[in-house]
Design a protein around this ligand. Structure first.
Ligand SMILES: *Cc1c(COP(=O)(O)O)cnc(C)c1O
Length: 370
């Protein structure tokens, strides 16, 4: 973009791309004072964290005066142990958002292109523009990433492809064969980022989080998070598994103490608590199905989801818009996510919450639609 005519050369100006970023708007959580808030807008865990993680945080804060271990060794070792990986191939971050940003900073320069899909996670666009690179947005096929469209968008300038699998906010996923086909069509110098933030929730035989793709290739990296099923969003913990040269490059760019001590302690305890993980998965299995079925029974179109949320479409013909539903629900304490910024002006994303929150939302929606 050429801003040369309007730019005042006597005051600091952000580099090209920065002012093209639309500030990320987090979900709202303001409801009337006399109603109970049920926040179903950020895909947070209704179960919360493992009690072992809570205890580990309490212990860690007694040493607040000390810097954390800058390489998150304990956490990387715990992840490696549980997932059967080599800790040298893992990097931890202040949320996986930080790692997505590091990938852009590390692999994209001015004029380079990064590809992502039209309803892809908003952070990809922010990270790409912040790196001074050009976002290339590719059409989806019925709310699903389209491998052929992604491959068709590759140019000599392409350096990175961001793919959320499953994707947020659609909840759709690509089977591992499609990911293999996508990878097979990429030039060797293009990084394929598989963002598997919701991997733990997926119950499909043809799904893989990306670990094997990373292990067999030099240009694939998988990111994961403790913010969703592990219920630790406030502490900001993410990690990535990638080829040694890529992890080495990311380690040079990241802040020297990018993951705090409470996060390291919590993540280490959380990933070892398999009972808690199974409990959280079981809750989602049960309620993802119940919520989807109930929404469809109300006549709403729901994009089939394998995550801990559903994308609910309001039809124009019924004369009830997503914005009206949002206002109606919010007044009653049920806060869902408006997804206009994701290219869905007439849909809402509903996270799978507690039994009370799910049933309350469904009952309110039924009234709204009647
Ligand atoms: C929630 C989410 C993340 C996780 O972000 P954190 O920074 O780890 O909290 C990453 N990718 C997608 C697609 C998400 O929805």
């Amino acid at each position: 973009m050429d801003n040369s005519k309007t730019v005042d050369k006597n005051v600091p100006q952000p580099k090209t791309g920065v002012m093209d970023i639309a500030t990320y708007v987090p979900s709202k959580s303001k409801v009337p004072a006399d109603v109970t808030l049920h926040k179903l807008s950020s895909n947070e865990s209704p179960i919360g964290p493992s009690p072992h993680a809570v205890a580990a945080v309490a212990e860690s804060i007694s040493k607040m005066q000390d810097y954390p271990d800058g390489s998150s060794t304990q956490l990387r070792n715990a992840i490696a142990d549980v997932q059967g990986l080599n800790a040298e191939n893992i990097i931890c971050g202040n949320g996986s958002d930080e790692i997505l940003g590091l990938l852009a900073t590390t692999f994209l320069a001015n004029g380079d292109e990064a590809i992502f899909t039209e309803h892809g996670f908003l952070v990809y666009r922010i990270a790409t523009l912040a790196a001074g690179a050009t976002p290339v947005v590719v059409k989806e096929d019925d709310c699903k990433a389209d491998v052929d469209a992604i491959l068709a968008a590759i140019t000599p300038k392409t350096r990175l492809v961001f793919l959320a699998n499953p994707n947020n906010p659609t909840g759709t996923y690509l089977p591992i064969e499609d990911i293999r086909r996508l990878h097979a069509g990429l030039p060797g110098n293009v990084v394929l980022v598989i963002d598997a933030a919701y991997a733990e929730y997926v119950r499909r035989n043809d799904y893989e989080s990306g670990i094997e793709m990373v292990s067999g290739n030099s240009n694939v990296i998988m990111t994961r998070t403790f913010s969703k099923i592990y219920g630790l969003a406030a502490l900001r913990i993410g990690w990535a598994y990638g080829p040694r040269p890529m992890i080495d490059a990311l380690n040079r760019v990241r802040g020297p103490f990018n993951v705090n001590a409470a996060a390291i302690a919590a993540g280490t305890a959380a990933i070892q608590d398999k009972v808690h993980l199974e409990h959280s998965i079981a809750h989602n299995d049960e309620w993802l199905l119940k919520v989807t079925t109930a929404l469809e029974a109300l006549g709403l179109k729901v994009t089939p989801s394998v995550g801990n949320f559903v994308l609910v479409h309001f039809s124009e013909t019924a004369g009830k818009t997503a914005a009206e539903a949002d206002a109606y629900l919010t007044k009653r304490g049920f806060v869902l996510r408006a997804v206009t910024g994701y290219g869905f002006p007439n849909a809402l994303r509903m996270s799978i919450g507690s039994e009370e929150a799910n049933l309350g939302t469904l009952a309110a929606l039924k009234k709204f639609l009647s």
